[in-house]
Design a protein around this ligand. Sequence first.
Ligand code: PMP
Length: 435
Amino acid sequence: MSHVFPRQIHAPPPVATGGAGCYLFDAAGRRYFDGSGGAAVSCLGHGDPEIVAAVQDQASRLAYAHTGFFTSEPAEALADLLIAHAPGDLDRVYFVSGGSEAVEAALKLARQYHVERGAPERRHVIARRQSYHGNTLGALAAGGNAWRRAPFEPMLPAMRHVAPCYAYAEKPPGETDEAYGQRLAQELEDEILALGPESVIAFVAEPVVGATLGAVPAVPGYFRRIREICDRYGVLLILDEVMCGMGRTGHLFACEAEGVAPDILCIAKGLGAGYQPVGAMLCSRAIYDTLAAGSGAFQHGHTYIGHPVACAAGLAVMRAVLERGLLAQVQARGALLRELLQDRFGAHPHIGDIRGRGLFLGLEFVADRETRTPFARAEAVAPRLKAAAFEAGLICYPMQGTRDGQSGDHVLLAPPFIMQPAEAEELADRLARAI
Ligand code: PMP
């Protein structure tokens, strides 16, 4: 009898006992191909000796020192490395334990920044429909799936949601990508104007939408237009790269491909690569300086922020990504996996789109390829695929989208960056079996 509270109360999962490279093992001796790195977490695979050694070494030297009193060497070194590679003028790093905490911190920092610069009337945050930004109350309120929020209503009242970026099944046939992107961005400007430009704190978005839509990059020009709109009205741009950041798309930060830099950037998952729970919020010098000149403190914090062992893991992972040439490898293996998926599923009557960047790929399921009609909710593929894939020894990340009657029935693939070409074939074969 297990006393662990499982995610699915009536279907407790098998006991995971080990991992090596792209594979996980359970107590019954079964082997699974980790085709999604859990939830886009295990970018270096399992059992990487260098990361394990870095964690062990830090734990033996200094496991914990409260950030109310100390900083630590690994936290300082990781912050330096992140800032050396960060886009725009991101200048300070606030370490947390995961993605929701990073988003929560971003929302609170954005609010406090406006208060301290003398604009306390700014109180609305705008995010996108069909988005996911985490499960803590603030991050959940920002997320754009009504069914996730429903059990916890009323949520924070000042959240608004505008159109998501490109989803295959929702782009009208005949409209160019560019025109579509401009039209979606225009919704943000209209919402800001409707609320009153002086009342908006920030706009939050994922550069490449992960869990809710399945590796959907924005259409070209969308984010540049978003950046212009935010600048015009003094609205902070918060980019959530919890899933798509840290090399997953073949760029260290996904926003590099869009040619924009945010005011606040959230990362997690691939930062600790599963070896430690660690996330971070990076903010611009202007935001930091405003607090430094004002109250002198960010009114936020958790006991485990800046944890030395977590930061040591993040540092070792980030060095590995940069020094082992893994960004180029993500691009090459991503292109290969995409080709393999295209070969197997390019003409499948119920696969409407194969998309993504780097090793962050999604397949969208549709009832009808021609009309792009999604499956009815009761017939959605994702929930059935999850079970079939697990049976076929494959861990992938199927999601039914919004459950709000819109599109988003898909499977997300996010295998480890170290995946070999033969393993990419194995992943595609196992997925084909499951589908
Ligand atoms: N933002 C995004 C884009 C995510 O994908 C996730 C996790 N799926 C989160 C935030 C929340 O991260 P965590 O589960 O680590 O709290």
